[in-house]
Design a protein around this ligand. Structure first.
Ligand SMILES: NC(=O)c1ccc[n+]([C@@H]2O[C@H](COP(=O)([O-])OP(=O)(O)OC[C@H]3O[C@@H](n4cnc5c(N)ncnc54)[C@H](O)[C@@H]3O)[C@@H](O)[C@H]2O)c1
Length: 408
């Protein structure tokens, strides 16, 4: 089934670009009436490509698949999952980090759920044979240019933050990172020698007008539906690419009179994120600054193991994945926190498929599980129950099933 037209769609970015989750066809129902609805109406079916990847990837994706299945079934939604190799797992199987079959399956799916890729084993591979290259190829192949990375400090986890409680509590921001341009893709790039014959490595930070405009529109629309504040982060005091970025973002502001636009240099933004993060609502920035700032923002929330992300493009499936990596140090030990991936599944439902009710079930279930005191090691604090990846997943399933609205 083709994915419903979603809010992050370049065709609709121009007009009318609407970030509101697509209303699903079933009204909000209790569990019993959902079952009744499911009995009378055929379920909506979606195909999901699962890319478990490496390290903790298979553990967190397997747990998340169960949660998706249950939340979906309670809302009249069914999934066909197709698991494909990617990253180091694909290198071992096929010799490349993103086999054509994997990209082709991802293109045909309604959405892609990715675990994580990478590991010590492949660290010394040449660039084209690194798991990370497969990730860049996937993003490029699906043309997912907008990466949404929310960082919300949950009251239950405020003590896990590395910042003082009064600085961390109440933080709720969204980093909108440009994902398919800038220095990670710019040419020329490579190694060579300079005029003195000395070895050099070089990359190019380059943005075309349309690349800036489309990500800025996504960010304005998101800001409009959040707190109405958009901070564009650049390095316009030094870099021409940033000066151009600022010019284009500023030019669009008149189309969004309800959004308050500000600009900040990236060094200041990095500092402000730990000084007074509550000042931020929505941040838009380029590929490399977004990579760094979103990881920094993640630590405000307590653990990188809590943060989901969505990568969306003009059309076709989005890629939904936790922002963390494959955590090889804890892989295979049942220690990984699956919540970032589970929350990525909620983003998949909400932003990728327009199934907001099923998404809400998952979000509520995560809060409920935390309220009941279950914690993996990365977010553990005294007085709570320490659990592994599997048990955390089982507790989330119980919360999804109980359908008790979680008190935040
Ligand atoms: N999108 C991706 O797949 C992605 C992103 C970043 C890094 N990587 C790759 O992952 C590998 C490891 O990279 P890294 O160590 O810099 O970053 P990482 O995010 O994998 O790990 C950083 C630290 O956070 C911990 N951590 C991460 N996720 C966790 C979770 N869900 N639960 C509990 N603890 C968690 C790890 O144990 C580690 O101590 C590298 O090969 C890197 O290239 C992949």
């Amino acid at each position: 089934m083709a994915a419903p037209s979603i809010q992050l769609n370049v065709r609709s970015i121009k007009a009318p670009f609407n970030l509101k989750p697509v209303p699903k066809q079933y009204p909000k129902l209790t569990r019993i009436s959902c079952a009744a609805a499911a009995a009378t109406k055929p379920p909506t079916r979606y195909s999901i490509t699962l890319l478990p990847g490496d390290g903790i990837g298979p553990e967190i994706v397997s747990v998340t698949k169960e949660v998706l299945n249950l939340a979906g079934s309670l809302e009249g939604v069914e999934f066909n999952f197709q698991e494909m190799p990617m990253g180091g797992a694909a290198l071992d199987l096929t010799g490349v980090p993103l086999p054509e079959e994997t990209l082709s399956a991802a293109r045909k799916a309604d959405a892609v759920l990715l675990g994580a890729i990478g590991g010590y084993k492949w660290d010394k591979n040449e660039k084209q044979l690194k798991p990370e290259t497969g990730l860049l190829q996937l993003r490029e192949g699906l043309k997912v240019f907008a990466n949404l990375r929310p960082a919300t400090v949950l009251p239950q986890l405020v003590d896990s933050s590395t910042l003082k409680k009064e600085v961390a509590e109440g933080v709720d921001l969204m980093v909108v990172r440009e994902l398919t341009g800038g220095i990670y893709f710019g040419k020329p790039r490579g190694f060579g020698t300079n005029e003195k014959g000395e070895e050099i490595g070089f990359n190019t930070e380059v943005y075309a007008a349309h690349e800036i405009d489309r990500i800025a529109r996504v960010a304005f629309e998101i800001a409009r539906k959040r707190g109405g504040k958009l901070c564009s982060v650049d390095k316009a005091n030094v870099l021409e690419a940033s000066m151009f970025w600022r010019k284009r973002v500023t030019a669009l502001a008149s189309e969004y009179p309800d959004v308050e636009l500000s600009h900040m240099y990236v060094d200041n933004a990095a500092m402000q994120l730990v000084r007074y993060p509550k000042q931020f609502d929505t941040i838009v920035t380029n590929n490399i600054f977004g990579d760094i700032l979103s990881d920094e923002a993640s630590m405000i929330t307590g653990s990188i193991g809590m943060l989901p992300s969505a990568s969306l493009g003009e059309s076709g499936p989005g890629v939904f994945e936790p922002i963390h990596g494959s955590a090889p140090d804890i892989a295979g030990q049942d220690k990984a926190n699956p919540l970032a991936t589970i929350l990525s599944a909620a983003m998949l439902l909400k932003y990728g498929l327009g199934e907001s009710d099923a998404a809400k079930r998952i979000e509520d279930a995560v809060l409920d599980t935390l309220n009941r005191g279950f914690r993996t090691g990365d977010i553990y604090s005294a007085g709570n129950k320490l659990v592994g990846c599997k048990e955390m997943g089982e507790e989330v399933l119980k919360s999804v099933d109980s359908a008790v609205p979680a008190a935040i």
